[in-house]
Design a protein around this ligand. Structure first.
Ligand code: SAH
Length: 367
């Protein structure tokens, strides 16, 4: 899952997008009447086919889900499966093809109209029930849910920096309300990693650019560049330090309160270099599989649409091989818009050369 800034813009610039995909029912905006703008913007961004095309074409993502489901037919056989945020219905169809007795797919966005057509086109309408609505509000088809429960939850809820968009809250809601005791979640483990990078473009292009734009001081623009994390692909050769796992979430036990956190990191320099930014990425695991399946969105592996998240620092650090940059990463959902994140990074470089010692705090807003 992701609502790319560009696609949000797409979908927003477009009440048009929702008009275009309108089939029979009310539009997403009409269904969300009374909700705040951010919620409407979030769900309408998923009305458009482009965002689903990008997710489906992300092979690392979609194949990992397919492998996790197809290689575990013994787990899915005759089970009731809930697909939280089913989009075009791809995960529901994987589960049905793997032998599920019944699959329930829920999505607020009007893309679900397409999902219904797709499921019918593949002759699976009798096994898959698709419902448009918010997972938190929808009336579930209890006739397919013995004891009102499901055996397995599948969901692709991950946003940029793992937690942007806060869809994990929705999966946890579904887990607590509908997953049977001992039920399984696909995937069920996520780990956030950090590392420090050297970015040759920091001075002339990314941050320093704003100091002199055609002879003018554009420093107010620099502030945005320093406070908004940048979602971009980072080349492996830019990494100056070892990666450091900073947080692991076990979806079987994590609570919404755990998604606001402050965790330490330590990044050991692999070479003499400058540090212009810290980056974060995440790995995902399906540990409920017979043989665990995992994928990474890191800079060392194949491209995914999540890319990496770059946090530029306000100063350039100079490190020597073997030195360690210590710090803390803090994250919490923004109090006014819970889908935005307030992220803080504190760091300290303690080295024998006092002229290079550094200590700082940077605050970012992911919106
Ligand atoms: N499962 C699909 C789509 C993933 S994108 C796939 O793997 O391709 C995430 C989807 O979750 C979006 O279509 C979005 O509309 C939906 N979604 C997010 N939060 C939701 C909620 N609270 N209730 C219902 N649907 C939600």
């Amino acid at each position: 899952m992701e609502a790319l800034p560009s696609y949000s813009a797409h979908a927003n610039g477009s009440s048009m997008a929702s008009t275009l995909v309108r089939t029979t029912g009310p539009t997403t905006e009409e269904r969300l009447a009374g909700e705040d703008h951010a919620e409407i913007r979030y769900f309408t961004s998923y009305d458009h086919h482009g965002i689903h095309e990008e997710m489906l074409k992300d092979e690392v993502r979609t194949r990992s889900y397919r492998d996790a489901i197809y290689q575990n037919k013994h787990i899915f056989k005759d089970k009731v499966v809930l697909d939280v945020g089913c989009g075009t219905g791809i995960l529901s169809m994987f589960a049905a093809r793997a032998g599920a007795r019944h699959v329930i797919g829920v999505d607020m966005s009007s893309i679900i109209d397409k999902a219904k057509e797709i499921v019918a086109a593949n002759g699976m309408s009798n096994v898959i029930t698709l419902l448009q609505g918010k997972m938190e509000e929808v009336e579930m088809p209890l006739q397919h849910m013995p004891g009102g429960k499901v055996d397995i939850i599948v969901s692709e809820w991950m946003g940029y920096f793992l937690l942007y968009e806060s869809m994990l809250d929705t999966v946890l809601y579904a887990r607590d309300k509908y997953l049977t005791a001992g039920g399984k979640i696909f995937p069920d483990k996520a780990t956030i990693y950090m590392a420090a990078i050297e970015d040759g473009e920091y001075k002339d292009d990314k941050i320093g650019f704003w100091d002199n734009v055609y002879g003018f001081n554009f420093s107010p623009m620099k502030e945005s560049a320093l406070t908004e994390p940048l979602v971009d692909t980072v080349e492996i050769k830019a990494l100056v330090t070892d990666p450091c796992p900073v947080l692991t979430l076990d979806l079987n036990t994590v609570t919404p309160a755990d998604l606001a956190f402050r965790v330490p990191f330590s990044l050991r320099a692999q070479r003499n270099d400058f540090i212009h930014a810290l980056i974060a990425w995440f790995d995902i695991e399906f540990t409920a599989c017979h043989k665990p399946i995992r994928f990474s969105t890191g800079p060392h592996t194949k491209y995914t649409h999540w890319k990496q998240t770059v946090f530029y620092l306000r100063e350039v650090l100079t490190v020597e091989e073997g030195e360690t940059l210590y710090g803390e990463l803090e994250n919490k959902p923004n109090s006014r818009n819970k889908r935005d994140l307030d992220i803080k990074i504190a760091y300290e470089l303690d080295c024998s050369d006092t002229s290079r010692e550094a200590k700082g705090r940077c605050a970012y807003r992911m919106c």
